[in-house]
Ligand binder design. Structure first.
Ligand SMILES: C[S@@+](CC[C@H](N)C(=O)[O-])C[C@H]1O[C@@H](n2cnc3c(N)ncnc32)[C@H](O)[C@@H]1O
Length: 273
């Protein structure tokens, strides 16, 4: 098992307000729709890599009065998740700083283990899924929704911007992540020993004027922030000139009447035998 305390590759997205504005738009109804039909009142549910808890609180409502535990390796996220649970009156949700490689729960504890855009970032998928399987009861289900970067887009694409999406994928890979994890979920879950896999796909789609403005602001605020440009250029994935070119194309894109954008995701549910 990897040492969760060892210094490792950086978590690509970081915890800046620029990135958290994207997580703030997520909720269980929209981002865990594939899983909700499988949830029942009284189930005990784990949300690993819960971030600021915007999905976790909806999952807590779905299984109420069942116990919900959110885990994240970053303390600031756990503090935000606790605040969200208190604000929403979700007394059945508790949150812990912890690592998916070493979950602080006994064997066969949960009915459901959920994550959203986490396996995209966790370097050792096999070790993570082994640990998730350990804490699930036999018959318990795992559910995950993860990015497919190669199917994500801003359209009309511009001459150079597709290379920006490819650079984002390479940055994830350089940090130990898996930009195509959404497509890999079925085989990853099978390899980990889960059965009855149901794999589906969906988009976060940005089409209204407000959504396009949001996606533009998010890309400009996050992808063009100095930390991200420094990482991409230091890894040799892109040049400053390319970032300048991409930025000009994004500025043009946001003004186009036909502008749409999409983040592509794969989802999968599996059962612990
Ligand atoms: C992209 S965010 C997603 C947060 C939330 N699931 C959502 O979709 O809104 C990924 C989260 O996974 C957490 N994470 C990454 N690797 C982890 C690990 N090995 N153990 C626990 N949390 C991890 C990060 O700290 C981050 O909060």
């Amino acid at each position: 098992m990897p040492d969760p305390t060892a210094p490792g590759p950086e978590y690509t997205m970081g915890y800046s307000p620029e990135f958290l504005q994207l997580l703030d738009r997520r909720n269980a109804d929209t981002h865990a729709a594939y899983l909700l039909p499988h949830l029942r009142s009284g189930m005990r549910l784990l949300d690993f890599g819960c971030g600021p808890g915007t999905l976790t609180v909806g999952l807590a409502a779905a299984v109420h009065p069942g116990e919900v535990h959110g885990i994240d390796m970053e303390e600031s996220q756990i503090e935000m998740a606790r605040a969200a649970a208190v604000a929403g009156g979700h007394g059945n949700a508790t949150f812990h700083v912890g690592n998916v490689y070493e979950l602080p729960f006994e064997d066969d504890y949960f009915d459901v283990a959920h994550c959203h855009t986490v396996l995209t970032h966790v370097p050792d998928t096999d070790a993570a899924l082994r640990e998730v399987k350990r804490v699930l009861k036999p018959g318990g289900i795992v559910g995950s929704r993860e990015l497919i970067v190669s199917s994500s887009f801003s359209e009309p694409a511009g001459e150079h911007f597709p290379e920006a999406w490819a650079t984002f994928a390479r940055l994830l890979t350089a940090n130990g992540g898996h930009p195509e994890m959404g497509k890999e979920l079925k085989r990853r879950l099978l390899k980990a020993g889960f059965i009855d896999i149901r794999a589906t796909g969906s988009f976060d789609y940005f089409s209204s004027a407000d959504d396009v403005a949001f996606l533009y602001a998010f890309i400009v605020d996050w992808f063009f922030m100095p930390r991200v440009i420094a990482a991409a250029t230091q890894y040799g994935l892109a040049t400053h000139e390319q970032f300048d070119q991409w930025r000009m194309e994004m500025d043009e894109w946001k003004e186009m009447a036909g502008a749409v954008g999409g983040l592509a995701f794969g989802e999968a549910i599996g059962v612990k035998p």
